[in-house]
Design a protein around this ligand. Structure first.
Ligand code: HMG
Length: 395
């Protein structure tokens, strides 16, 4: 029996048209900019406008890939987020409406911190394997917000990624072997009554690395590819230096088991190009690793066709997964590199006061009408909140 090829057919991402240069934050917080640029590996962080949220970020990311042909095939929308806007209604239902998807299409929201998009991707592959005629729209969207003045503040960001998952994909075939690790820990969390995340920062980085090694070992036990067969690595990127720490840690862990022997410089080069976008967008939580994948596919000068890519997905709390995929020949024809670059280039730099003003977003509690101040430049916007309902518009 031949195995059906299932995976990512298209990938598109979106971030706000506003960003704060970390030089501005460093000056304000009295921090040497080297700490942000080299210590955590970040230059800019995306800041959402008042008329933007996970729904508009997601719809703007997905709009590019939901063609009429796809609209007819999409049977399911899986929406991953940890910054949901409602305890009951899935954010994806708004996106379903904004994108005019079919009524016989199911929609559900998934949560487990930054890991949830990987769960969505694996579930999408299983659904497509069951019925190869269908497509599944996988979306991840998040706004990362920490307390002002905290150590985590420079690792904020926002963004969404949308992927079409189908049979005979044009970009990446996802392999069935996975390695998982779950442990009940309090490294990062956000109780329902809080607007910002709580984090035990140093502990969270240790948990991330522990989960990486355990997921890798489990991946090996489950028949995963040996380290030398993986030509690129995409890690969850809360900040790009975390990806480098992870890569070093995996090198140390596997160098003795690698039959071919690993050269450190060659191994380091396998992380190249995955960090480019995240360095200037910031943490987009569930979307972050997949924006790293877009960065790799769109910025690599090397032909990646036929190359195996390793993925490490980490969600605080914590759940982690190592898995791999193979880049499909001709993949470059299905990318949106120019559109993504144009979007990033067109962003507007905020002053510190403008950042503060956007950070304190309007949040009605009593059902009063709040009309959102215009700021977003995307096609979909949050127009107002009234009677506890959200009103989106398409421009
Ligand atoms: P911090 O207080 O900035 O830490 O917090 P630091 O003082 O140790 O500095 C960081 C690095 O900058 C250090 O390097 C310093 O030496 C270096 P390291 O020891 O790490 O190699 N440094 C400098 N380098 C150059 N020039 C200088 C300079 N000064 C210092 N002048 C921390 C850092 C990550 C803890 C903080 O930003 C934080 O709490 N972030 C949020 C939590 C986080 O992102 N955790 C990552 C793992 S958990 C995860 O990824 C999940 C998550 O995405 C959520 C989810 O799953 O939903 C967060």
């Amino acid at each position: 029996m031949t195995t059906l090829s299932v995976g990512i057919d298209q990938i598109s991402f979106y971030t706000s048209n506003f960003y704060l240069d970390l030089g501005v934050l460093a000056e304000r917080n009295g921090i040497d900019i080297g700490k942000y640029h080299r210590g955590i590996g970040q230059e800019k962080m995306g800041v959402p406008a008042h008329d933007e949220d996970i729904v508009t970020l997601a719809a703007n990311a997905a709009d590019r890939i939901v063609t009429d042909e796809e609209r007819a095939r999409i049977s399911t929308v899986l929406f991953a987020t940890e910054t949901g806007i409602d305890q009951s209604k899935a954010a994806g239902v708004y996106v379903h409406s904004l994108l005019n998807l079919r009524n016989d299409c199911r929609v559900v929201e998934l949560k487990q911190a930054c890991y949830s998009c990987t769960a969505a991707l694996q579930m999408a592959c299983a659904l497509v394997a069951r019925n190869p005629e269908q497509s599944v729209l996988v979306i991840a969207a998040d706004v990362a917000r920490y307390d002002l003045g905290s150590a985590a503040e420079p690792t904020q960001g926002c963004g969404a990624v949308a992927m079409i998952v189908k049979a005979q994909p044009r970009l990446l075939e996802i392999h069935p072997q996975v390695g998982n690790y779950t442990e009940d820990v309090m490294d990062f969390w956000r109780p329902n009554y809080r607007k910002t995340a709580l984090v035990d920062g140093k502990f969270s980085t240790k948990m991330y690395l522990k989960a990486l090694i355990n997921s890798w070992d489990n991946y090996q036990n489950n028949g995963g590819l040996p380290i030398g067969s993986l030509s690129r690595f995409c890690y969850h990127l809360p900040f790009t230096q975390m990806g480098k720490k992870a890569h070093n840690s995996l090198f140390r862990h596997t160098k003795d088991s690698s039959q071919a022997g690993l050269d450190k410089d060659e191994f380091d080069a396998k992380l190249q190009d995955t960090l480019t976008y995240n360095r200037i967008i910031g943490n987009s939580y569930s979307a972050s690793m997949f924006i790293g994948l877009a960065s790799l596919l769109e910025n690599s000068q090397a032909d990646l066709a036929g190359q195996h890519i390793g993925f490490f997905s980490y969600g605080s709390g914590c759940v982690a997964e190592f898995f791999a995929g193979t880049v499909v020949a001709g993949y470059e024809k299905a990318l949106f590199a120019d559109a993504h670059q144009a979007m990033l280039d067109a962003r507007h730099a905020l002053s510190y006061d403008e950042y503060l003003d956007l950070w304190h977003y309007p949040d009605p509690c009593e059902g009063e009408v709040v009309t959102m101040r215009a700021g977003a430049t995307g096609k979909f916007k949050l127009a107002r909140i009234y009677e506890h309902k959200r009103d989106y518009v398409c421009c």
